[in-house]
Ligand binder design. Structure first.
Ligand code: NDP
Ligand code: 8X3
Length: 250
């Protein structure tokens, strides 16, 4: 039977590439983000391949999350796959000069937003005793790097929450896993550096992961047989050895 996937952060980068990859494989889509025009354009494009519904909301707004998800029409209410992808880094500053608004944004979006969306969707998976949740973590959730402090903290939290979900949802046969990329060339650095030109240097001198590389891995995880759960996967581009070592030819 055709599956339905709910993807947060589908307006850009990894979420957008995942929407494309899933549409290619005829998965029905609920695409979310704050930028409505992008969602509408994507819906128009992907509707040629599959059924698409869009929801515009901020994952950090718990009322908006629950209202949006409960507003889903009947033919999109049954969600088989949840991709908790929405998130970003905000700033790259040492802890002593970090910006409190940036800290709030990372915790509110990357951690609490993921929880709000999961809270609204998990009960139906529990009731049906089936479903799959993939949380997009990061190499930053496995290793802390200089000035990464709060972003790394938010992604460590995503990994801990993923493990917690896998344990608690085990009795219901729900698959839970994390996909943890290293450097992926998306709008991530534009957001992190707030439009500063330094963002253009982040992916220079080496071939970074592309969003489609991660989307293909996410599709791999959701296309395994029922007894196989990809619990945790760390993905680097070949030039990256860890969070701080990247071989650049500049
Ligand atoms: P992008 O900036 O390209 O995409 C981020 C997506 O998240 C956008 O669709 C954005 O949509 C959405 N989003 C951000 N904040 C909110 C919010 N408050 N409410 C709803 N949606 C929101 O970055 P990536 O594709 O790279 O990032 C996707 C995920 O991958 C993030 O969780 C990130 O931490 C993780 N990641 C990224 C890596 C990288 O190097 N790029 C590496 C490891 C992990 P909109 O603005 O329309 O709301
Ligand atoms: C994104 C990768 O190294 O910028 O999570 O933290 S990194």
């Amino acid at each position: 039977m055709k599956k339905t996937a709910f993807i947060t952060g589908a307006t850009s980068g990894i979420g957008l590439a995942t929407a494309n990859e899933f549409a290619k494989h005829n998965i029905k889509l609920i695409l979310c983000g704050r930028r409505k025009e992008r969602l509408e354009a994507l819906k128009n494009q992907l509707e040629k391949k599959t059924e698409v519904f869009t929801l515009t909301f901020d994952v950090a707004d718990k009322n908006a999350v629950s209202e949006a998800i409960s507003s889903l029409p009947n033919d999109f209410k049954h969600i088989d796959i949840l991709i908790n992808n929405a998130g970003n880094a905000h700033g790259l500053d040492p802890i002593e000069s970090g910006n409190i608004e940036d800290w709030d944004a990372m915790m509110d979006i990357n951690v609490k937003g993921l929880l709000y969306v999961s809270k609204a969707i998990i009960p139906q998976m529990v009731a049906r005793k089936s479903g799959q949740i993939i949380n997009i973590g990061s190499s930053a959730g496995k290793e802390v790097y200089p000035k990464g402090n709060v972003y790394c903290g938010s992604k460590h939290a995503v990994l801990a929450i993923t493990e917690g979900m896998r344990i608690d949802l085990n009795p219901y046969g729900i698959k839970v896993g994390a996909v943890n990329p290293g450097l992926v060339e998306t709008e991530f650095s534009k957001v992190r550096f707030k439009g500063d030109a330094i963002a253009d240097t982040v992916y220079k001198g080496y071939k970074a992961l592309q969003a489609v590389d991660i989307a293909e891995i996410i599709y791999f995880a959701v296309s395994r047989p029922p007894h196989v759960n990809i619990a945790d996967i760390l993905v680097f581009c070949t030039a990256q050895a860890n969070s701080t070592i990247v071989k650049k030819d500049l």
